[in-house]
Design a protein around this ligand. Structure first.
Ligand code: HAM
Length: 427
């Protein structure tokens, strides 16, 4: 009987282990390369912020703030929250560091864990990971298009081909105020037929009712006024320019008049990318423009637009032939026998050889002397070669190699053998 208590990772979290972490690393390398192509610099904000930042930035009536935040009091009595998203934090940092006095727009990206207390299921975790970008201080439609082009280039580099962007406009502040009233007026007489959630939203944020998953409510909404009819001419013109650029740049999209997104800060363009593999409720990516957030957080009026990709979901639907799945070779295995082995007292000789290989750029590790099991291990670790160090080799200053792919075996002078191994890793 084991003595200790066995622990599991907390509900909704998971350990990411090798070799899967190799795929994560390659997805993130691809993201960094594409972000650099567009001139985006990395921002690392704290994993927790003042709770009020999210309450103000993301919106009191959103699900995130209403029920999904990991909030706690620290020992100093501060009310803090693990970040459920990063747009509010990026805007906080923009204001805090006076980024409005830098050349505009400011281009930032982030990669890292986020936290939401949601019911865990396929593609939904309590600790999940986002890869996101924010373009802050831009000038409207051009900014939206840049962000979409960047997003599509990244997804294409990962090997995605058939993804479609779902696009909509939620209008500028004036359009939204007008539309909120029009929608409320339409729904008020139908109030009794709405779910409790939707009745509450009728008071707090009627636009969110458009998001409903209930077939009955969707039916009620059939005759509702469309947001399009409340758009100001400025907002309508903005959206027209975004759509015509989508065509000019041959980006495939569809306009979804019901797409409103679950965060309060959006104005004008909103978008999502949904993958069939995940089911309709699980978007791989969400984003849009926000015109009031920076001002709301104490800065000047500033146009912002951005997106966040759910990295966990992205990896779940990554194409089988994605370059991010291409494995890099594992370490060369070094096995020592007789006096050269750890048991034979040659442990330091072995460490010396491993260090010499590493100095030559050859990833490697010792593998004990496991006989036939050695080749199973080589296969499991994707080792491109196995090196034998025995008494003969020690005496003559040579190494014996076996190249796994060609099964070629040879005994070479030590420096020649190391050079041969280094070649295997030259790409
Ligand atoms: P969001 O739609 O709330 O937007 O989240 C973006 C993406 O994060 C989602 O599309 C999804 O893939 C992933 N995600 C969210 N919650 C979970 C979860 N519990 N488990 C796994 N993945 C999840 C935002 O966060 C905005 N900040 C995006 C943005 C940036 N808008 C403008 N700039």
């Amino acid at each position: 009987m084991a003595k200790g208590k066995r622990f599991q990772a907390p509900k909704g979290t998971r350990d990411l282990l090798p070799p899967a972490t190799g795929v994560w690393a390659r997805v993130e390398e691809t993201a960094r390369r594409v972000f650099a192509l567009y001139g985006y610099g990395e921002i690392r904000t704290p994993l927790f912020e003042e709770t009020e930042l999210f309450a103000r930035g993301v919106g009191e009536t959103t699900d995130i703030v209403g029920k999904e935040m990991y909030s706690f009091l620290d020992k100093g009595g501060r009310q803090l929250t693990l970040r459920p998203e990063s747009t509010a934090a990026v805007c906080r940092a923009y204001v805090e560091h006076g980024m409005q006095s830098l050349p505009q727009p400011v281009r930032l990206f982030y990669v890292g864990p986020h936290f939401r207390y949601e019911r865990p299921q396929k593609g939904r975790y309590r600790q999940f990971h986002q890869i996101g970008a924010e373009l802050v201080g831009g000038r409207g439609a051009e900014s939206d298009v840049e962000i979409l082009l960047l997003l599509v280039r990244f997804l294409r580099e990962l090997g995605f081909t058939g993804l479609k962007i779902l696009l909509n406009t939620v209008g500028d502040v004036a359009s939204r105020t007008a539309y909120r009233e029009a929608l409320r007026e339409y729904l008020l007489p139908l109030r009794e037929r709405l779910s409790e959630d939707s009745r509450r939203r009728l008071e707090t944020n009627p636009l969110r009712i458009l998001d409903t998953k209930s077939a009955e409510e969707q039916e009620l909404l059939r005759g509702a006024p469309t947001l399009e009819s409340s758009l100001t001419s400025v907002a309508a013109d903005h959206f027209r320019r975004v759509l015509s650029s989508m065509e000019a740049f041959r980006l495939s999209y569809s306009v979804e008049p019901r797409l409103v997104r679950g965060l309060d800060y959006y104005t004008n363009t909103v978008f999502e990318i949904v993958s069939e593999g995940l089911g309709a409720q699980n978007a791989v990516c969400g984003g849009g423009a926000y015109e009031s957030m920076v001002e709301e957080l104490g800065g000047p009026p500033t146009y912002g637009v951005g997106f966040a990709i759910g990295e966990d979901r992205l990896i779940e639907v990554l194409p089988a032939d994605s370059p991010a799945r291409r494995k890099s070779p594992g370490p060369v295995l070094v096995t020592a026998v007789g006096k050269a082995s750890i048991e034979g007292g040659g442990g330091l000789e072995l460490v010396g050889l491993l260090e010499e290989l590493r100095a030559a750029g050859v990833p490697c590790r010792e593998a004990g002397s496991r006989g036939a099991k050695l080749f199973d291990l080589a296969e499991a670790l994707d080792a491109p070669a196995v090196v034998f160090l025995g008494e003969d080799e020690l005496g003559s200053g040579s190494l014996s190699l076996r190249i796994v792919a060609s099964r070629e075996q040879s005994t070479l002078p030590r420096s020649e053998a190391i050079a041969r191994l280094a070649e295997l890793f030259r790409t």
